[in-house]
Design a protein around this ligand. Structure first.
Ligand code: BG6
Length: 485
């Protein structure tokens, strides 16, 4: 694929954690692959007073540590020539003068403003960019999650950003959509004819989506304690994945074709309120335990966390989609920090055969399709086959597509993919405003129910699959989590 046209990318929060761990290593990597070309400029801005050389030293370390490929000095020398640093207080309009000078010196380039800051700065940055005359037809803005704290704050942010940028210029990132396996799910569903006739309530018993992490709050204590797992992971990543699994076939891969279908799913989610929400959700918080790497402290012992915190680090819930395709099919969603394994997967559990012709000792197990996003990417179809021997005995077997073995080329990391999509003007893998609103509309009553009627979060030991209540929740509906089967 050819390199992108000349561009300027301004990263607000250019000295922050996301920029150092993900954005700059991703840009380095794409530069190394030849996708970024030589004509780009990356301008990191932040409030810290730093000279260019000191800043470049930190970026160099970050690329060494986090880029996918081996670090090499030649590539770094060429890549670092594209980088610059500017001190700028995002809330002070006069600070935008030097930025404007740099950008307007080379007009007619693609102009990306990446807001890798807290959402409280989104509107002031957009206002200041507008006032400084920096938002031209080639400009686009990337908004990191979380987009607000609830529907009201998300609406406020979206309204104010919309006063400066058109919807087609706004790239709301959900980095899960940039993961190769999520796009593979789209390819699997709509590139193969055999799945679609089975993809409905007549054949599917339940769907499970799990995003389990081994890490804790990773130095983001105060942010996480205000946020919790429902806002941090369910409102965005889990619901976006649910949309990809549940949406009807879009007419094309064009941004609005896909986003219209996702929106229909979000709007069809059955609302959960009050006691109903309490019955269909489990919230929990980890206590001290052990993960593969050793003993880990409990959530309230982590730095920056209030010792009486009631914030959830785990959520499991039963979602239902009120459509002809999905009526009666539970979608179990689950996410947690400090879980036993790092795994992100979608499990489609098919119904049992309508009538078994085999002996009772050897009943056929229902088919299961497992799409794994992390730690490695694979698609597995669990079937039964006859075991060798004189008797007709059935055994589980697996058709296994391991992407690392099938494709020699390693897929791009989610941020590599999404940054390039933004530079190329491709919005398909970014969220449209109405999707974000619809997701908040569904999430908010759950938050309200927890606040009004809820007890303290349940506890689970770090290094487990979450509280027993999570298994009990889905057990009540006659199902079990994938790893328990
Ligand atoms: C982020 C959340 O959006 O996703 C983090 O804010 C979480 O809390 C992260 O750790 C997980 O992403 P990944 O790609 O590591 O699974």
């Amino acid at each position: 694929m050819s390199a992108v046209s000349a561009f300027d990318m301004v990263i607000f929060g250019g000295n922050g954690d996301l920029a150092m761990r993900k954005l700059l290593p991703a840009l380095y990597q794409r530069f190394r692959d030849g996708a970024l070309g030589q004509e780009g400029r990356v301008l990191a801005v932040s409030r810290t007073d730093l000279d260019r050389d000191t800043y470049l030293d930190s970026v160099r370390d970050a690329c060494k540590q986090h880029a996918r490929a081996e670090f090499d000095e030649g590539t770094w020398a060429a890549f670092s020539a594209l980088l610059d640093y500017l001190r700028l207080d995002a809330t002070v309009s006069s600070d935008y003068g030097p930025l404007a000078q740099k950008l307007t010196a080379m007009p007619d380039r693609i102009r990306v403003f990446y807001l890798s800051t807290g959402p409280d700065l989104f509107t002031v940055i957009c206002d200041n960019l507008g006032t400084a005359g920096l938002v031209n037809a080639e400009a686009r803005v990337v908004l990191e999650k979380p987009l607000g704290h609830d529907l009201e704050s998300a609406t406020r942010i979206n309204d104010q950003v919309a006063a400066v940028f058109g919807e087609q210029q706004i790239y709301r990132i959900d980095h899960y959509l940039g993961k190769e396996a999520v796009q593979n799910l789209i390819a699997l569903r709509f590139g193969n004819a055999f799945l679609e006739p089975l993809w409905n309530r007549s054949n599917i018993e339940n769907v499970q989506i799990t995003l389990a992490e081994q890490v804790g709050v990773e130095g983001r204590g105060p942010f996480y304690d205000r946020t919790g797992a429902l806002r941090d992971m369910v409102q965005n990543h889990l619901l976006q994945m649910l949309c990809i699994v549940a949406m009807d076939p879009p007419t094309s891969i064009a941004p609005d074709a896909v986003r219209d279908e996702k929106l229909k799913v979000l709007r069809a989610l059955r609302p959960m309120r009050g006691r109903d929400a309490l019955n269909k959700t489990v919230r929990a918080q980890y206590k001290a335990g052990a993960i593969a790497s050793g003993a880990v402290p409990g959530y309230v012992e982590e730095e920056g966390i209030d010792e009486n915190s009631q914030t959830e680090t785990f959520v499991a819930l039963k979602a239902e989609i009120d459509t002809w395709r999905w009526a009666g099919v539970p979608f179990y969603l689950r996410t947690g920090k400090r879980m036993q394994e790092r795994v992100a997967e979608v499990v489609i559990n098919f119904r049992e055969v309508p009538h078994s012709i085999f002996s009772d000792e050897s009943p056929p197990a229902p088919n299961r399709l497992v799409i794994t996003l992390q730690p490695t990417e694979s698609v597995q179809l669990h079937l039964v086959a006859k075991a060798p021997g004189d008797d007709m005995r059935l055994r589980p077997v697996t058709l296994d597509l391991d992407f690392r073995r099938t494709f020699t080329r390693r897929p791009a990391d989610a941020y590599e993919r999404l940054l390039m999509d933004c530079l190329r003007g491709r919005l398909t893998l970014f969220m449209r405003r109405d999707e974000v609103d619809a997701a908040w509309r569904w999430i908010e009553p759950i938050l309200d129910a927890w606040e009004q009627h809820g007890d303290a979060p349940k506890r689970y030991t770090a290094g487990t699959w979450g509280p027993a209540a999570s298994s009990a929740l889905i057990g009540r509906f006659g199902h079990a989590w994938h790893e328990e089967i």
